[in-house]
Design a binder for this molecule. Structure first.
Ligand SMILES: Nc1ncnc2c1ncn2[C@@H]1O[C@H](COP(=O)(O)OP(=O)(O)OP(=O)(O)O)[C@@H](O)[C@H]1O
Ligand SMILES: [Mg+2]
Length: 358
């Protein structure tokens, strides 16, 4: 069997999910693979009664996960909302994996997403030869989720046109999808619900219609509060990436991760950590997700083109690439930060040199 580049959460964490099932007590909602309490443990991490360790998936406020999970037991759908890179898609995948044992019923919202990709389409060859029939109907992930009582994920809900979004209204309020061509309807069985994600930064976004808003509970995923929390997230994600990619490189020094996270937070917040120096923010979002990929990128550089140990020189290109999205404006912001902040820090001399040399 060829090795997959990326496994689905329910496969990657199959052992954790089984252990949770074995040790839990309490009632599972219909068609749920775990109790709501176990789903939260799966997300936040913890030690089970039998000593088994559950790794944290979401690092942050437990209460937010409780609210998200509780919502999914009700007749309201869940909207995960927030800045880019705040783990909306990540949490959505893990919720679906833990609740339904399947995170793959997914629709990607784009400006081109059509109603057919939410409701149903037709196999035209069959439609022409047989006319409209059950077997000519092409099921969408939404239909499969309704029929099997599973969680369906909709990514970037607000990138779809308002009319397309509105095709969810009947599904969410009536829990049914009419198929007028067959004079029938598909009724959802228990366990079905929807988790949508939406980003409040992307431009050209359609607003969520108010009719739809009332059918969703919104949970806002915040940018990590403290620098320590953000370092912890980056460290854990990088460690798991390193493991899967088998990079010929040593574990990155905490110091390197701390510097990247500090830089990103300062640029994002427009002020240095000590609160003393105001700086300009670049146009892009320097999210936790970006910090993770800069470190991953640096590890590849260090492993293949460096000495196997992550150094400032391996990270420089990635940092600049993340900060400078607009070649003119962001370059000014970056140069200023480089000269007024990075240069003045004694233990950042290597970063200064590496970035200046590029
Ligand atoms: N609080 C957090 N806990 C755990 N992982 C996090 C956290 N914040 C960010 N991450 C990591 O950041 C990465 C990106 O997250 P994800 O793709 O889910 O972001 P997103 O909110 O969906 O962003 P976008 O709006 O761009 O789609 C993931 O690998 C995730 O592990
Ligand atoms: Mg996302």
């Amino acid at each position: 069997m060829p090795t997959l580049l990326r496994q689905h959460a329910e496969e990657l964490f199959a052992e954790e999910l089984t252990e949770l099932q074995k040790t839990e007590s309490g009632k599972r909602p219909a068609n749920w693979q775990l109790t709501p309490q176990s789903v939260v443990t799966y997300l936040i991490g913890g030690k089970l009664k039998n000593g088994f360790d559950i790794t944290p998936k979401y690092i942050g406020n437990r209460r937010l996960m409780e609210i998200a999970v509780a919502t999914l037991t009700t007749d309201r759908a869940l909207l995960l909302y927030g800045l880019p890179g705040t783990a909306k898609s990540w949490v959505s995948e893990h919720l679906a994996a833990a609740i339904s044992g399947n995170s793959t019923l997914i629709i990607q919202g784009t400006a081109g997403t059509s109603e057919e990709s939410i409701r149903y389409g037709w196999n035209y060859a069959k439609l022409l030869s047989e006319g409209p029939s059950e077997s000519a109907l092409v099921e969408t992930p939404v239909i499969r989720g309704m029929k099997d009582g599973k969680i369906v994920r909709i990514e970037e809900l607000t990138r779809m046109g308002a009319d397309v979004q509105d095709s969810l209204i009947t599904i969410l309020s009536e829990k049914s999808l009419p198929v007028p061509e067959l004079n029938t309807e598909i009724q959802a069985i228990r366990g079905f619900n929807i988790i949508a994600t939406a980003n409040n930064r992307d431009k050209g976004v359609n607003e969520l219609s108010s009719a739809l808003k009332r059918r969703f509970n919104t949970v806002i995923l915040p940018v990590p509060d403290s620098i320590e929390e953000e370092i912890d997230i980056v460290q854990r994600r990088v460690a798991s990436y390193e493991k899967t990619m088998e990079l010929p490189v040593e574990k990155p020094a905490l110091q390197e991760i701390r510097r990247i996270v500090t830089m990103f937070r300062e640029l994002r917040n427009g002020v240095t950590q000590d609160g003393k120096t105001k700086i300009k923010s670049p146009s892009g979002t320097l999210s936790t997700a970006e910090a993770i990929s800069v470190v991953n990128n640096g590890l590849a550089m260090a492993g293949y083109f460096g000495d196997g140990q992550l150094k400032a020189a391996d990270l420089a290109a990635g940092i600049i690439g993340a900060v400078i999205k607009d070649p003119v404006q962001d370059n000014i912001v970056w140069q200023e930060y480089l000269e007024t902040v990075i240069k003045t820090r004694d233990d950042w001399k290597d970063v200064y040199r590496a970035c200046r040399d590029l």
